[in-house]
Every structure is written in C-alpha cells, then in structure tokens.
Unconditional design. Structure first.
Length: 71
C-alpha cells in the first residue's frame, strides 16, 4: 500500500534526515519526503501499514521534534 500525507517540516536538511531514518525502518518498502511540497510518500505491506506508519511518525519526531503530519 502506498499513501501520501501532508506534513510540515522546517528545512530541506531535516526532511532528508527524516527520509533516511524512515527508509531504515523494518517494513518500509519506499519512503520519500519532499520539503518543497511538504508531502511524505510511504509504501509498506497492506497488513502492516498502520504499524509502519506509526513507527515512521515516531521516528520523524525523534529526528525533528517540530515535525507535523496530517493522518
């Protein structure tokens, strides 16, 4: 399953760090974060998508505490 989310991230460097961290999570097939469009694309298996999404949000907030996502 692939879903796109609206996010709020403060700088391009933070977006790159968040993207790298999310890509390393187990279950993530693909992840991209666009600072310019303030979007996150997350791809994971259907059965575990919600678990992977929650882990991705938690990881993003560890990297950048001001990270916001619209679920």
């Amino acid at each position: 399953m692939t879903k796109k989310f609206n996010i709020e991230v403060d700088c391009a460097n933070c977006a790159a760090k968040i993207e790298d961290a999310i890509k390393k999570l187990p279950g993530v097939t693909r992840a991209t974060i666009s600072f310019m469009s303030q979007k996150m694309l997350l791809e994971a298996a259907d059965a575990e998508f919600d678990t992977v999404l929650q882990a991705a949000v938690k990881t993003a907030k560890k990297v950048e505490p001001d990270f916001e996502i619209t679920l």
